[in-house]
Design a protein around this ligand. Structure first.
Ligand code: 13P
Length: 253
């Protein structure tokens, strides 16, 4: 059995006051939730505050939204995977579509970041997914395969032994138009099949999250699919009550 995982990706949002009030709601209401692992991924300046507030809370952990492809050194503005781990992050989102499209991250750079995370004992959460033009052209599997293959090339067949994959169709991110449970399940199955061919035991244990317009209303049906093991939540993770509902849906999904 794979333990469901729900992660909140706050993206570049928040102030100290928002962090305080959001965590208050999340911690109060997630306390009794068992069987679901929950992570929040704040912007870096707030990681310390989040760690502080989560200190006594075992159920919720902190993740990073990105790490550098480089190890420590002369890379102004970057944050290494080692630093993220040092300040308490347990996960690192790698290759989010916003990083790929807005900041020009190639598959090779994404694979380096994935490798850095593993080396720093951070669990990489590899984001994969097609654009709407790629989907319309019937290229979803080709794109996802290319994104996964880059990581296998860099890290070998053991790449996904301690990792998470997030399927985030670009057309579903922030649009209010989530993939249907069946559409998402088909791609999740494909991802697991690709990884099975390299490493069947790791593929069986691998958690594959769905991301893209997950809301309290559609979470349960999405998480009820065989190969959907939780979610990577953007907008709805900024509203405490909504995020908590989504986490609950993962517990019963
Ligand atoms: P939304 O939930 O806002 O669509 O964002 C999804 C996402 O990009 C999470 O990483």
């Amino acid at each position: 059995m794979r333990q469901p995982l729900v992660m909140g990706n706050w993206k570049m949002n928040g102030r100290r006051s928002m962090v305080e009030s959001l965590l208050k709601v999340v911690m109060a209401d997630i306390g009794e939730l068992s069987g679901v692992e929950v992570a929040v991924c704040p912007p870096y300046p707030y990681v310390g505050l989040v760690m502080d507030r989560l200190a006594a809370h075992s159920t919720v952990v902190c993740g990073a939204q990105d790490v550098s492809a480089y190890a420590d050194g002369a890379y102004t503005g970057e944050v290494s995977a080692e630093m993220a781990r040092d300040v308490g992050c347990r996960f690192a989102i790698i290759g989010h579509s916003e990083r790929r499209t807005l900041f020009g991250e190639t598959d090779a750079v994404v694979a380096q970041k994935f490798a850095r995370s593993l080396a720093a004992d951070l669990t990489p959460v590899l984001c994969v997914g097609e654009t709407s033009a790629e989907r319309d052209a019937g290229r979803t599997q080709e794109v996802v395969l290319r994104q996964l293959s880059a990581v296998f090339k860099e890290c070998g067949s053991g790449a996904f032994e301690r990792a998470v994959v997030a399927y985030e169709p670009v057309w579903a991110i922030g649009t209010g138009r989530a993939a249907s449970p069946e559409e998402a399940q088909a791609v999740h199955r494909f991802i697991r099949d690709v990884i099975t061919r390299q490493n069947a035991p790791a593929a069986g244990r691998l958690r594959i999250l769905y991301g893209g317009s997950v809301k309290a209303q559609n979470a349960r049906e999405l998480f009820g699919q065989d190969d959907i093991d939780g979610g990577l939540i953007g907008g709805a993770s900024l509203v405490g009550a909504d995020f908590v509902s989504i986490c609950r849906a993962a517990g019963i999904g």
